[in-house]
Each structure stands twice: as structure tokens, then as C-alpha cells.
Ligand binder design. Structure first.
Ligand code: LLP
Length: 442
């Protein structure tokens, strides 16, 4: 199973009409071409140029509502802590924070972003294997709601830091349940050989020690087994481990009020079947029935991926030995998922396609063969100057971007209804080197 992410099955690629039909906020008008909500994407491409990320605020709202309603309908008392790493733009954080979401952060930088966006510190959870002492201190001083501790070493260090500051850290111990999330190996985090969490067998003794440590208030357990998980079975298996540990701690008389069940719910990039929030809610209800705890969830991709796309233009069509290359002005520096995880993203032209459909390789301008968005993709009507939308790029898109090949990062815009706004202009070329210093002995 650990081969390709969003694994293309043997079924044919969905065509343009199927891709649009499966995405409620995308539509095609004869006059305006592809629309995101009520905004013609060509208007944004005309104004900002390409490559440009565009996010749909309406989609983020609708997905947050669908996620939280599924939990409520299953009678699951769970709070959503949006995984900031999926898309850390302040506008996204402001939107989700305003809807009531908390945040899951993994660095001092993400913590600062969440606070700047107005997410209350008590609604922020801090995860990660490599939190530095100054990041832990800053989180405690900010009044953070929970720190998910990933090792005994981190727990001892946190106890010293918190007691030194005269503060108490609310701590969840992150369990490594040794369960295979059946996703791409690079985003699997719950196997024993992965760097994440504490082995389940070590939890009871460490939790008891935590309860007696100065500056530490253990509040519960946490778990996150991977990302882009496409079946409920790994969730059920890992929640069973978490529930059993929780019950064992309670039986010892230890305080336990929260279980943080992480993120990982996958989305359908191609047309692969994907679990739903209702399915996840059912798994939660089944696993933790009778154990009166507050549940936390840390979804990132599910809320954001389908809410964003990357606009790009065709630079030229170059004949290839097997198929033509369609060379875009967006590259792997803008969207690295295909290069890093062999991820499949739908690609749809903004203007209705014309002409015969034939397989093409869709590539970027970067000097590596990894810079490929799609191989043997059936496409019609792409000519130099044509513009396309690379779909489902709202999560792990711009946040993983770089300026490799001295290419300024993509611009960003947000739409809602019929209005749109620039939320980050394309940086000028000179910004690429403005913070560089050349030693005066050169
Ligand atoms: N919580 C923790 C502790 C995490 O490490 C992650 C993601 C999440 C929550 C959110 O997971 P999600 O719901 O988004 O699956 N760059 C990769 C994905 C890396 C995910 C890392 N951790 C990609 O583009 O597929």
C-alpha cells in the first residue's frame, strides 16, 4: 500500500465535466469560463497573473459546518482544532477562528500566526516532536490550552520550564499506537518506527509520573496516525487503543478529561472513495461510548484541500518522445505534492476545452524531472496562453511552496459569493534577495 498517494486505480481519469460536477463551488459558464463560487477565475488571472492560488471562503465555511454538524448528529461532543499547517494564511485562520475553530499548531511560528489571527490561546493545542524550550515557554506564557507531549524527555523538560515560570502546563501524552494508516509512507505517523508519540505500553507509567510532576497537569491523551487516510478502519483501530488506555488510566484514579484524536481524514482528489465526517463521527461514538471525555479533532486537509486551486498558464507545448509536454508557468516550487507524494490533482482549463482529447504530460518550468503535475493525462484544447486550474490545492499548497529557481512564491486571492480580494500579492523579484548580505571581504 505504501506506494502512491491518492492512488490512481485502474479506472479512467475523471473528465473535466466529472471533476467540476463533483465540486459544488466550481461551475462553468459559456461566457465567463470556470467560476469559483460566483467569480470567473479568468478575472483573477487577468488581474494578478499566474501562478496564483485562489481559495473559496464559502467552501471553507460549508466544509466546517458539514464537519461539525456530522459530529453533533452522532452525539459526539468534539471540538475542532484546525491543523494550521494545512494552510496558515491569516485570512483562513481568521475565517475558521470566527466559526469557532481552535487551532493545532506545531511551531512557535504557527502559534504566533494563530494568536495574531485572533484564535484564543486556550483553544490552541501544540503538537510536534521537536518543540524547542523557547517555543514551550512562549506557549505557556501565552496561556495555551494544551501541549501534546511526544516523549518522556520532552515531559521532563516541560516540567522544568513550567515550574520555572510558575505556570502549569496542561498536557496530553501523544500515543504511538503502532497502527498503519494505509496512506503514503511519507505521511504515515502512527507506526512504531515513526518518530511520533510514545509507545502505548509506556503511557500508563509515564502518565502517573506526569500527575506528580511540578508544573504539569495531565489532562488526557492524543493521537495522530497519518494524513490522507481513505478508510475508517485505521481510525477505528487507533481509537480502540486510545479508549483502552483512557479507561486504564481512569481505573488507576488518574485525571483524564480529554482525548485528542488528531486529523487525517482523506479527500477524493481523483474519484477514489473517501470516508466522510459522518463515518469518522460514528467511529468516535463507537470507541468512546460511556467514557465521559471531551474529544478534540485536528482536521486540516479535509477542511481546506477542496477549497483552493492553483491558477497557471500554458507557456508552450513541446513535442515529446512519448507525448507532448504542456509546460506551465507553475512549478513544483508552487505545489510540491505531485513531486513529493506522486499525488494526483485534477487539472481543468478555464476556457471550455476544444479539439480532440489526447494524453499529455503537464509539467512546470523547473530544472528537475520531478517537476511534473500529471503524466499521460487526457486533455483537450490546451494551447500556449491557455489558463488552467490545478484543483484541490487549498491544503499543503502555498504553505509548502518555495522560491526554488528564484521564482517568487505564487500570489493568493480569496473569493466569497461574487466578490474577491487579493490576500497576498506576488512578491517583487527584488524581495528574493533583499534580506541577503554579501560579506564585505568578497
Ligand atoms: N495533527 C497533527 C499532529 C498532524 O501532524 C497533522 C498533519 C494534522 C493534524 C492534520 O492532518 P490532515 O487532517 O491534514 O490530514 N504535506 C502532506 C500532509 C502532511 C500532514 C502532516 N501532519 C500532503 O501534502 O499530503
Amino acid at each position: 500500500m505504501h506506494g502512491t498517494l491518492d492512488a490512481p486505480s485502474l479506472s479512467p481519469d475523471p473528465d473535466e465535466a466529472e471533476l467540476i460536477a463533483a465540486r459544488p463551488f466550481l461551475s462553468r459558464s459559456a461566457l465567463d469560463g470556470l467560476l469559483l463560487e460566483g467569480v470567473p477565475l479568468a478575472a483573477i488571472a487577468d488581474a494578478l497573473g499566474t501562478p496564483t492560488y485562489v481559495y473559496s471562503a464559502g467552501t471553507i465555511r460549508a466544509r466546517y459546518a458539514a464537519f461539525t454538524e456530522a459530529l453533533a448528529e452522532a452525539g459526539v461532543a468534539a471540538h475542532v482544532h484546525y491543523a494550521v499547517k494545512a494552510n496558515d494564511h491569516l485570512a483562513v485562520l481568521r475565517l475558521l477562528g470566527g466559526l469557532g475553530a481552535g487551532a493545532d499548531v506545531v511551531s512557535g511560528g504557527e502559534l504566533a500566526r494563530a494568536l495574531v489571527a485572533g484564535i484564543p490561546p486556550e483553544r490552541i493545542v501544540f503538537s510536534g516532536v521537536g518543540k524547542r524550550a523557547e517555543e514551550l515557554a512562549r506557549a505557556l506564557e501565552a496561556g495555551i490550552g494544551q501541549i501534546n507531549v511526544e516523549s518522556a524527555e520532552e515531559l521532563f523538560e516541560l516540567s522544568e520550564i513550567a515550574s520555572g515560570l510558575g505556570l502549569t502546563a496542561k498536557v496530553a501524552l501523544r500515543v504511538n499506537p503502532d497502527i498503519d494508516a494505509r496512506t503514503h509512507a511519507k505521511i504515515t505517523t502512527g507506526l512504531a518506527q515513526n518518530k511520533f508519540g510514545i509507545p502505548a505500553s509506556d503511557i500508563p507509567a509515564l502518565y502517573a509520573r506526569a500527575a506528580a510532576m511540578p508544573g504539569i497537569a495531565p489532562v488526557g491523551l492524543a493521537l495522530h496516525i497519518g494524513s490522507q487516510i481513505l478508510s475508517l478502519a485505521p481510525f477505528r483501530e487507533s481509537f480502540a487503543v486510545l479508549g483502552a488506555l483512557g479507561r486504564a488510566l481512569r481505573a488507576e484514579g488518574l485525571p483524564l478529561s480529554r482525548l485528542d484524536c488528531g486529523g487525517g481524514l482523506g479527500v477524493s482528489y481523483r474519484n477514489e472513495p473517501a470516508p466522510t465526517p459522518a463515518g469518522l463521527a460514528g467511529a468516535l461514538a463507537g470507541a468512546f461510548r460511556g467514557l465521559e471525555v471531551e474529544l478534540l479533532l485536528e482536521p486540516g486537509r479535509w477542511l481546506l484541500a477542496p477549497a483552493g486551486l492553483l491558477l497557471a498558464s500554458v507557456v508552450r507545448i513541446k513535442p515529446g518522445s512519448e507525448r507532448p509536454f504542456v509546460v506551465l508557468d507553475a512549478g513544483m516550487n508552487d505545489l510540491i505534492r505531485p513531486a513529493l507524494y506522486e499525488a494526483w490533482h485534477g487539472i481543468v482549463p478555464l476556457a471550455p476545452a476544444a479539439g480532440p482529447v489526447g494524453p499529455v504530460d503537464i509539467v512546470g518550468p523547473i530544472c528537475e524531472s520531478a517537476d511534473t503535475f500529471a503524466t499521460a493525462r487526457p486533455m483537450a484544447g490546451l494551447a500556449p496562453g491557455a489558463r488552467v486550474a490545478i484543483l484541490d490545492a487549498g491544503a499543503y499548497g502555498r504553505v509548502m511552496g518555495s522560491a526554488y529557481n528564484a521564482r517568487p512564491c505564487a500570489a493568493e486571492a480569496m473569493v466569497e459569493g461574487e466578490r474577491w480580494a487579493v490576500i497576498r500579492p506576488r512578491p517583487p523579484l527584488a524581495a528574493l534577495w533583499e534580506d541577503e548580505r554579501v560579506p564585505d571581504w568578497l
